[in-house]
Write a protein that binds this ligand. Sequence first.
Ligand SMILES: [Zn+2]
Length: 140
Amino acid sequence: MKITKIFTFDSSHMLDGHDGKCQNLHGHTYRLEVTVADSLIQGGAKDGMVMDFTDLKAIVKQEITEPFDHAFIYDGSNERESQIAALLEGWNMKTLRLDRRTTAENMTVEMFGRLKKAGLKVCSVKLWETPTSCAEYGEV
Ligand SMILES: [Zn+2]
């Protein structure tokens, strides 16, 4: 059985070295779909549930929404992006360092890893960068 919960957050980023407009600093209202797969809980307060949506929301909030929302998300291995992050941090602005380029594809891998590490039985993460563009990553 699978359940999915949808979240939104706003972040800024850039793709240094991109051969188009995405090399510029810009932002997205990201839409995130987290799918959890498990058997149904038998008996007790959570009878008939994969997991409580409230508990799912709390984990995603802690691992993703809070660190990513209104942050400049950057690739810590990239010189230019790191310089911009250092400037923002000097002004006490929110940043989030990732160890990979901040494409939607890489961000789904990052988010999947964070949720799995937090103990969630996540089966897939789908990240919408615009209303018509998304990346999906999952593991069986
Ligand atoms: Zn972008």
